[in-house]
Design a protein around this ligand. Structure first.
Ligand code: FEO
Ligand code: CA
Ligand code: CA
Length: 628
């Protein structure tokens, strides 16, 4: 489950805006049942079960409405709490790319604890969101038009895998509670970020291969800003240091033009204040993003001035984190780009879809108690923008969601055309750097920790709301108070994703599964396949004796089956699939919370060896589609 000390996203409430405009709108009290039923009724005929058109090149969903989507033997409650993973008897798994392995076979071998120099060339820790990018048959050409044409065959055996490394505690990475030198800080920083890997299947086994494009992007990698706030003074420091790095890379997205999006979530926890030069007190903006004197306890600020909030040379450094970052997996020399048009929040993920009018839409959750759900819509069709040399993620409108009680919803724009924003913000740059404060002003709906978002082929959009133990007042879209185990909501936008209105309903409430074979809590990672199977991954204390897990849901019938459980103390997160859907990559993050007395996975159980975050590669024993 989430490590309480080093990943404290669920410990705090940063939204003190009192932005319960929603609450005021609805002075009524709703029973959960009434709300769910009411919203279903209002959306009647709108939420159509899946089996619509396939998405891009993924093996198309051609199943009829009566086809059986789930046909595997589930992992039972009784089996779901091991020190090693348990998968359905119909499936196999391969352990892949554990933390500390070299990113290329020729790189430095794993040793614990890692040196800063070795870790810079090794797989990071805290495996989270990831995307598999299929290669074209001529793997040297990297022609994106070819990538998707050839994807289902050649591309299902050879591709680039981009994977996020969200966090690793000091005891797990360094073998001590706090860094004692700048070298220790660098080792920790190099364990964070992203790995770009070239992977290839030989028979039934996948391997890393040497690659001109394999690389690590970490906390000290040069990056650049793009979009409306790129030149803002709010992103400049007094000493003029160049922008560096990405951190707490949580979930992800992929663009239709073949690039990877990595999302900076709990960036606040890596900053602290030494107060060597002057006493630091948080600004209202810093408070809204949760900065504090000791952060999450990483201690980077003690040896690296860049992360010291009280160091006047580095004023504004913290504004350089909290962005969606674009990485080209097919160009190892590309400088990662922070896309300011998508706003600065604690970005969980960035789920990209092409709207009916050819514009590109990015759905994004801000994972903190009482924070919001956002979407970005590009100004023009993305193909047109790219053909004109414009970047679709640099020009468009950022919106935040309001969920009305009657099952309808509105996307509220965050720009200077909105009077309350023009009154309270100096510029669009300021709105984008302090997006949370802008969203507070327009009456967005505070949610129960929005995590991942998945778009179904029939245009339904699903979002996990992982939990909120501090909710005291239920609303339609957040129907439990408190909500310790979370729920999943779904909506459908007008104009095939690009419109300003939507209808919504609560899809699943975790609590209602407890005590049954379908038991789950704290939904976090999700992905929906072209046939309408929703994959749910969990991060939090499961009920009924279970470890964290991955389940598959038939979105037409709400039948739920458990495909795997992880190991004690881990989180199950991250989903990537090959175009033929015969291979799925899934991560086990922080097994045993890094404690060898809990588990040594993936090493054989010996009570000593440090457990390592890793990827499981899932295949069906009969070679069938994953989830079926
Ligand atoms: Fe990094 Fe909200 O999970
Ligand atoms: Ca998550
Ligand atoms: Ca989580």
């Amino acid at each position: 489950m989430t490590n309480q000390k080093f990943d404290a996203s669920d410990d705090a409430v940063c939204n003190q805006s009192g932005n319960e405009s929603f609450r005021t709108i609805l002075a009524r009290t709703f029973s959960r049942r009434t709300v769910v039923k009411g919203s279903l009724a209002s959306a009647a005929g709108t939420f159509i079960a899946s089996s619509a058109a396939s998405s891009r090149s993924l093996a198309s969903g051609q199943l009829g409405p009566d086809s059986k989507l789930l046909d595997f033997l589930p992992v039972s409650l009784a089996e779901g709490n091991g020190a090693i993973p348990t998968v359905s008897p119909d499936y196999d798994y391969q352990v892949f790319i554990p933390w500390g392995d070299p990113i290329e076979p020729s790189g430095p071998a794993y040793q614990w604890p890692p040196s800063a120099e070795d870790q810079r060339l090794q797989i990071g820790i805290g495996h989270d969101g990831m995307t598999y990018f299929p290669m074209s048959a001529d793997s040297e050409s990297f022609d994106r038009r070819e990538i998707y044409r050839n994807a289902v065959n050649y591309g299902s055996k050879h591709g680039m895998l981009c994977i996020n490394h969200e966090f690793g505690t000091n005891p797990h990475v360094l073998g001590k509670d706090a860094p004692e030198s700048i070298d220790d800080v660098r080792a920790s920083q190099h364990a964070h970020g992203v790995s770009v890997l070239e992977v290839k299947r030989y028979g039934r086994q996948w391997r890393l291969v040497n690659s001109k494009n394999a690389r690590r992007v970490h906390v000290n990698t040069p990056v650049r800003f793009s979009g409306p706030a790129a030149k803002s003074d709010l992103l400049k420091t007094p000493n003029g240091n160049i922008p560096l790095g990405t951190v707490n890379n949580c979930s992800n997205g992929e663009t239709p033009w073949g690039t990877y999006l990595t999302c900076e979530e709990n960036f606040n926890g890596y900053f602290g204040a030494s107060n060597r030069e002057s006493q630091w007190t948080p600004s209202k903006e810093q408070e809204r993003y949760g900065f504090s004197e000791n952060g999450f306890g990483y201690g980077w600020h003690v040896y690296d001035r860049r992360f010291d909030l009280s160091d006047a040379d580095f004023t504004n450094e913290e504004n350089r984190f909290g962005w969606v970052v674009e990485i080209d997996p097919f160009d190892g020399t590309q400088v990662p780009v922070k896309r300011t048009a998508l706003g600065r929040i604690k970005h969980e993920g960035a789920t990209v879809v092409e709207a009916g009018d050819g514009r590109v839409v990015v759905y994004m959750g801000d994972d903190q108690r009482f924070d919001y759900i956002y979407k970005f819509v590009s100004k023009d069709p993305w193909r047109q923008m790219r053909s004109e040399g414009r970047d679709p993620l640099d020009d468009g409108t950022l919106y935040v969601a309001r969920f009305n009680e009657d099952g309808s919803g509105v996307w509220l724009p965050l720009d200077m055309s909105v009077p309350v924003l023009a009154e309270n913000f100096a510029s669009q740059e300021e709105i984008l750097v302090f997006t949370r404060l802008a969203a507070d002003k327009v009456g967005a709906t505070p949610m129960d920790r929005p995590e991942w978002i998945a778009v179904a082929p029939n245009q339904d959009v699903y979002c996990t709301l992982t939990n909120n133990s501090q909710r005291t007042e239920a609303t339609g879209a957040n129907p439990l108070a408190p909500n310790p185990d979370g729920h999943i909501i779904r909506w459908r936008d007008t104009e095939q994703h690009s419109g300003k209105k939507f209808v919504w309903e609560v899809f699943l409430i975790s609590e209602e599964t407890h005590g049954t074979e379908q038991s789950f809590a704290d939904p976090d990672g999700i992905w929906i396949d072209p046939d309408g199977r929703l994959f749910i991954q969990t991060d939090g204390g499961q009920k009924d004796g279970l470890n964290n897990q991955m389940l598959v849901v038939d979105t037409r019938t709400k039948e739920i089956r458990r495909l795997l459980t992880g190991v004690t103390g881990d989180e199950v997160t991250g989903i990537a699939v090959t175009p033929d859907r015969r291979t799925m990559f899934v991560n086990l993050q922080h097994p045993g919370n890094g404690d060898p007395s809990v588990t040594n996975f993936p090493a054989p159980l010996d009570g000593v060896t440090v457990p390592r975050d890793c990827t499981l590669i899932l295949t069906r024993k009969d070679g069938g589609i994953i989830g079926s």
